[in-house]
Ligand binder design. Structure first.
Ligand code: HEM
Length: 329
């Protein structure tokens, strides 16, 4: 059930992370005075459009799946419960914002617009979707700081993946001049360094919330083992990234080094998209082993006996009056 749910959500995670990260890198690397934005956007626009369609098409099925699990019924049996879940649960209230945002994302990807405005609007809308995903995550049980750190983790992941993908796509599909590839490679390397640092700090904090300082939970819980697998794949990508940064980027004006760098960037992007983001989605759908002061212990038992993601909490967003929810028992 957890794997099926993660498989269903993975395209949504990839769509939001990649649109956020690639629009951010396009805006960051084609700033003031540069005229290469339209050419760069022309290369990545088909990806933005495809992923916007994926986000809009997949999100209703994720909501239906969440409803089916809450009511412990089949997908068809869950349809009549959807309005109640939307009205009476935290997840439902968040999904009420998710769907129109995903629709807006699709419209902005397709309607005639100046490319710089389109990139900015897609960046903001994808950022909103990442925030909504953080509100749907385990971090919500730990309060505002945990949600903010979770969002930072997603943002840093998006910036790293997005930078690599824009360099790969524009170099491969855009016939970009060598001078553009050399400049972009240096910018990717700088952004990747800071993003990876932010990913590690926010990831360790979020892992601590899910596991506590508990080696037993890290080694023997499903959550701990999924996290270990994720960090192992991440470490492999980091090795390639380190070789790129300290060996190939300094020689990027040499054509052999440049070809090898682009090949490595392609491999890094694919491992991050399928390996790391796949395991991240599985982790986000696996009940946390336990964290200090949380409710996970009690609800963990409920989750292990097949009723995942039950939470009882108050979020601290009461003043907005939108996110205070208790799942129906
Ligand atoms: C030291 C390395 C890392 C650690 C310790 C770490 C830890 C975590 C933890 C604990 C979660 C929360 C899962 C939950 O909801 O309970 C998470 C989520 C996530 N991580 Fe990482 N992570 C690391 C590296 C990465 C990397 C390299 C990426 C991608 C480039 C990444 C992308 C994500 C994403 C997108 C989510 C949210 C998934 C979702 O919303 O479904 N993480 N990570």
């Amino acid at each position: 059930m957890i794997v099926e749910r993660a498989l269903l959500e993975w395209p949504l995670v990839v769509a939001t992370i990649v649109i956020f990260g690639t629009t951010a890198f396009v805006l960051l690397s084609t700033g003031s005075g540069r005229d290469d934005l339209p050419a760069v956007v022309a290369c990545v626009l088909p990806i933005w459009r495809l992923l916007a369609v994926v986000a809009l098409l997949v999100s209703p099925f994720v909501l239906l799946n969440v409803t089916a699990e809450m009511a412990t019924v089949s997908w068809t049996g869950a349809v009549p419960f959807v309005p109640e879940v939307l009205a009476q649960t935290h997840a439902g209230r968040v999904w009420e914002w998710f769907r129109p945002t995903a629709l807006l994302l699709l419209l902005v990807a397709y309607i005639p617009l100046r490319q710089s405005i389109r990139a900015r609007m897609l960046f903001v809308l994808a950022g909103v979707l990442l925030f909504l995903r953080a509100l749907l995550s385990h971090a919500i049980d730990k309060g505002r700081l945990a949600v903010a750190v979770y969002l930072l983790h997603e943002i840093a992941a998006g910036l790293w993946v997005g930078a690599l993908m824009v360099l790969w796509i524009v170099a491969r599909r855009g016939n970009a001049p060598d001078i553009w590839i050399e400049g972009a490679a240096r910018r990717v390397s700088k952004l990747a360094f800071w993003s990876v640092l932010a990913i590690m700090i926010s990831g360790i904090y979020t892992a601590y919330n899910g596991l506590g300082f508990d080696l037993y939970h890290l080694l023997f819980s499903a959550y701990g083992r999924t996290l270990i697998a994720k960090v192992a794949v991440f470490a492999a990508v980091l090795t390639i990234g380190g070789y790129n940064r300290y060996w190939l980027v300094p020689q990027v004006s040499d054509s052999t080094a440049r070809d090898r760098l682009l090949r490595n960037v392609e491999v890094e992007s694919l491992i991050l998209l399928f390996g790391v983001l796949g395991l991240a989605t599985l982790l986000a759908n696996t009940p946390p082993a336990h964290g200090p002061g949380g409710h996970a212990g009690q609800s963990m038992m409920a989750m292990f006996i097949g009723q995942p993601r039950r939470r009882t909490y108050e979020t601290g967003f009461e003043h907005i009056g939108k996110f205070r929810r208790t799942y129906k028992k």
